[in-house]
Design a protein around this ligand. Structure first.
Ligand code: SAM
Length: 337
């Protein structure tokens, strides 16, 4: 840090509701090599000008200040993080930040395999890979790309290399992949994957699939019920928004992320940084803090620390408190999930 950004909260960032905020999700690009039907808006996508996108040094500076304030966990997301040039070298710098204990990446896996070796070498262990179907034709329909084989090959290669956990994010899409959810859950019987079913969020502007009645956790549970009882994973139930289970004897886990039917606001421990330098206090609302302007106007580390604290203090207790902003107008591909 260039100046002494004294941590005003003794290394523990707390919001107004005494939630401990230690997790920063960083979107490093709004660009993506897929156009998933639930994520990409209709029509021409207005891309951020390059000058608006935070440079890697700017992101690492914010993360370093965040770490001094008590951020210990970082997830890199996008857009698709691996389409941004220099992503792995940037990750290497992030791994070196003192205080950040856990760095993971959320990716669609399309260009992941060629980076696995390097990721492994720099100490990245955890991967979240989005895969909504095991059918390559359907994959092309959902994502707009023929990429299933590449993603599956990357998942298998990551497993062989020892990445753990490998989380497979599945957005449950009514009428599209509901007939496959059982097979996706059954992966956990054969592999140590954490398959996480995500309720489709309708909040993020006009996606190509406007689903007014998304599949809920209850629906998903009944679809996968024939596989057997789900046993609660007792360890660290609230390490994230997912509730975690295991089918008896399975090496893998099943999780549910249910922002539609069960808000997880009570356990929210996170702050988001968008590719263009906005700190977002809550996924489900548009409460944002501009950190890029002070960053580019020679703010000291202490001043930037105050922006981070301000963003934490603005966190609403829950979605309803976000008021009319509760239907977030921003697009998921720009926020990064
Ligand atoms: N490109 C990367 C990927 O595909 O994983 C990272 C960005 S993507 C926006 C991050 C996560 O958001 C993915 O797991 C994706 O499935 C999820 N997501 C996107 N739109 C969603 C929606 N409408 N509802 C629920 N999850 C969504």
């Amino acid at each position: 840090m260039t100046q002494n950004a004294e941590c005003p909260q003794n290394g523990r960032l707390e919001d107004t509701y005494k939630r401990h905020i230690n997790y920063l999700r960083i979107s490093i690009t709004d660009r993506c090599n897929l156009k998933c039907i639930y994520c990409t808006p209709k029509g021409r996508i207005q891309k951020l000008p390059h000058s608006d996108i935070l440079r890697y040094e700017e992101i690492t500076r914010i993360a370093t200040i965040g770490a001094k304030l008590g951020i210990t966990k970082v997830r890199i997301t996008g857009g698709e993080p691996f389409v941004r040039k220099g992503c792995v070298s940037f990750l290497e710098k992030m791994v070196g930040i003192q205080g950040i204990e856990d760095i993971s990446v959320t990716t669609n896996g399309i260009v992941l395999e060629k980076h696995l070796e390097h990721l492994h070498d720099i100490g990245i262990k955890r991967l979240n890979i989005s895969l909504d179907t095991l059918d390559s034709e359907k994959y092309a329909r959902i994502t707009g790309q023929r990429g299933f084989d590449r993603v599956w090959s990357a998942i298998v290669a990551a497993l062989k290399k020892g990445f753990s956990p490998i989380k497979i994010n599945v957005v449950a899409l009514k009428g599209i992949n509901d007939n496959e959810l059982k097979n996706l859950a059954a992966l956990t019987l054969d592999y140590p994957f954490h398959v996480r079913f995500i309720e489709q969020m309708p909040y993020f502007g006009p996606g190509l699939v406007e689903n007014k009645t998304p599949l809920t956790e209850t629906d998903i549970r009944s679809i996968i019920a024939p596989l057997g009882d789900l046993l609660h994973c007792t360890e660290s139930r609230r390490r994230g928004p997912a509730t975690r289970y295991r089918i008896k004897g399975a090496p893998g886990e099943i999780g549910f992320i249910s922002p539609v039917s069960h808000h997880f606001c009570r356990w929210c421990n996170r702050l988001r940084l968008s590719a263009d330098g906005w700190l977002r206090s809550c996924l489900l609302s548009d409460i944002v803090t501009d950190i890029k302007t002070p960053l580019r106007n020679d703010a000291t580390d202490a001043e930037l620390a105050r922006e981070i604290i301000a963003a934490v203090e603005k966190k609403p207790l829950e979605k309803s408190e976000a008021g009319q902003n509760a239907r977030c107008g921003s697009r998921m591909f720009a926020i990064g999930g």
